[in-house]
Design a protein around this ligand. Structure first.
Ligand code: SAM
Length: 255
């Protein structure tokens, strides 16, 4: 079976073949809808800078910082911003995580997309001081979504919108959060508090697929030559139980 990391890599390659600063992938297009009109955006891990450039060309945002930690994507973002003549409105900077944000930028929205949920949490945790004044986080983790929700809850953010979509045979979740206090239960952290409430078709199909995968993993555990730690088996059994109940509780609504 393909590993999740392999699937993400294939999805990224497929995306690179079709995406540019005018035509965003379906994933980034969906992310873009969560950036409010007139925002001052910091896009962290911007890669080619497609998101801020597309939003600026559409006159949706006022100003942007495109932050990159790696030289090659940093140079690509610089090239794209220059090509569109947007140097005065999009600052492309080479820096680690949220340290790219300066107080004078007056950033209102931070986006962190297309990286692992653990990495997103590490970047948020390390750069908490740079989030003062930021009104919205738009996050699109590749996996570890519950961990991202847990970080948000533990750090004074409430989830105001959630989205799930499938592109290039990969399920993507988008989590939008704003400052505020709220307590989510373990199932809400696992499925997404708003996603499980809306229970749209993409959500339903994703969890049907996940149920099959989790059951297969449990079957593999049962046949493993080396005993799998009981806590790990119990964790998967819990997940299978939650998913089974959720899918049985409600038929999906139209997306
Ligand atoms: N955000 C774009 C998207 O969603 O299409 C690009 C995603 S790309 C797969 C992830 C990017 O995050 C890479 O270009 C990587 O260099 C950058 N990145 C990873 N860790 C970072 C960090 N700590 N600070 C800034 N950029 C980072």
């Amino acid at each position: 079976m393909q590993s999740a990391a392999f699937a993400v890599r294939i999805a990224a390659i497929a995306e690179r073949l079709t995406v540019n600063e005018h035509t965003l992938s379906m994933r980034l297009e969906r992310v873009a809808t969560h950036v409010p009109e007139g925002a001052r955006l910091a896009d962290i891990g911007s890669d080619h800078g497609y998101l801020p450039v597309a939003l600026m060309l559409r006159e949706r945002i006022e100003y942007a910082v495109a932050g990159e930690v790696a030289n090659t994507p940093f140079a690509a973002a610089q090239r794209n911003v220059r090509k569109q003549g947007l140097e005065r409105r999009i600052a492309v900077r080479l820096a680690d995580g949220l340290t790219v944000i300066a107080p004078d930028d007056r950033i209102t929205v931070v986006s962190l997309c297309g990286m692992g949920g653990e990495t997103i949490c590490e970047i948020l945790e390390a750069g908490r001081a740079h989030l003062a004044g930021v009104e919205r986080l738009v996050l699109q983790p590749n996996g570890a979504e519950p961990q991202v929700r847990q970080w948000l809850m533990s750090n004074g953010y409430r989830i105001v919108a959630e989205d799930v979509l499938r592109e290039h045979r990969f399920d993507y979740e988008i989590i939008v959060a704003e400052p505020g206090y709220v307590a989510y239960n373990p199932q809400q952290l696992y499925f997404g508090p708003l996603l499980m409430q809306d229970h749209g078709q993409a959500f339903h199909v994703k969890w049907q697929r996940m149920l099959g995968q989790k059951k297969q993993t449990l079957a593999n555990f049962a046949q493993a030559r080396v005993a799998v730690p009981p806590a790990k088996v119990a964790d998967f059994e819990q997940q299978v139980d939650w998913i089974t109940r959720l899918l049985a509780e409600r038929p999906h609504t139209e997306d």
